[in-house]
Design a protein around this ligand. Sequence first.
Ligand SMILES: Cc1ncc(COP(=O)(O)O)c(C=O)c1O
Length: 395
Amino acid sequence: MKSLLEQFRTSEQRDFLCTYKRLPVLIERGEGCYLYTDSGNKILDMFAGLAVNVLGYNHPGINKAIEEQIKKYIHISNFFLQDSQIKLAEKILEMTGFKKVFFSNSGTEAIEGAIKIVRKFFYGTNKKNLVSFSGSFHGRTMGALSLTARKKYRDQFAPLLPNVKQFTFNSIDELNNNVNDGTAAIFIECIQGEGGINVANQEFIDMINDLKQKYGFIVVADEIQSGVGRTGKLHSFEHFGLEADIIIIAKGIGGGLPLGAIVGNEKVAGVFAYGDHGSTFGGNPVAASCGIVIFNELEKELMNRVNEISRNLFDKLNQLQQKYRSKIKEIRGRGLMIGIEFNSGCEQTVQELISEGVLVNCTGGNVIRLLPPYIITKNEISYFAEKLDKVLMKL
Ligand SMILES: Cc1ncc(COP(=O)(O)O)c(C=O)c1O
């Protein structure tokens, strides 16, 4: 008799467009920072549903917000003003100091909306070029994909958007030599997620700010993975003083439900008019009510917690790097967005960790990416470090 996992695998092969590489476990439920498999195993989740579950699983505040909202309505469409959208927008604008919000369902959709804002802002001018950087990931719909750098994701889907230029991340010279009057916008993840937790250099960001003064382009901070408190500040661009005009948020904002946001400053606040953009599901009221819980928690003390736990996690990882110098090349990142770069591939380490009851992710082939829930405790961090030590010793 085939196991349920094997049965599901067969169904997937038969019925799905198989675009996902699935993990070899079946999850029954989640609680706090743990996932529980169908066979009763407990897995410490250092990945949080790809940076989404910032308050972990089965969080009482999130559950309560969902229960209260679904009793009122689950969906009524954007033909109506909706209480939870209004409150969430107020909270985001209060905490960012920005001027306007548009709610989407996902990160890639919010990037698409930002591209439209840029296009309309410079409509009829010679500012047509969109800039992004090597190692970047901005999504997989055609506009966002045109900005995403990884060849693996884009090459077979050409033709993509014209007028998109990709420069080397952190190359000041390349930026200086290529950005000009024709540049409409720069899209940047100040801490790249998918690319391998690559942190921008301060001089690079300073150069973007200088060039912005000179040429007047729009700066779009893609905070889809690095935002909503993950790096120890509300958004990662704040670490570097990037003069962003648009912030793109998603993942953690909806407490596990699909939600994204375009957040614009004064400069772009008046670009969209009635009918210029829209979405049937964008800003779903249940997701928005979870967003209010997340931002309230961040405002209280969740971000302090991210910073405290981050110091603890970095200490443990630095100790492991000292111990395994031949294996671990670098530890980098901010807050609870951390990359462990290995000298060779890390897939096997990831698989071994899963067998030891710890879930991490491998990106770029040789970087273990840690994106744990913010509620993770020091004990859980110690548990993770012990397991990583054990696996590194074994391999
Ligand atoms: C930095 C960044 N931008 C864009 C996206 C795309 O977001 P979504 O998957 O919500 O469409 C992601 C998703 O991983 C991301 O990490």
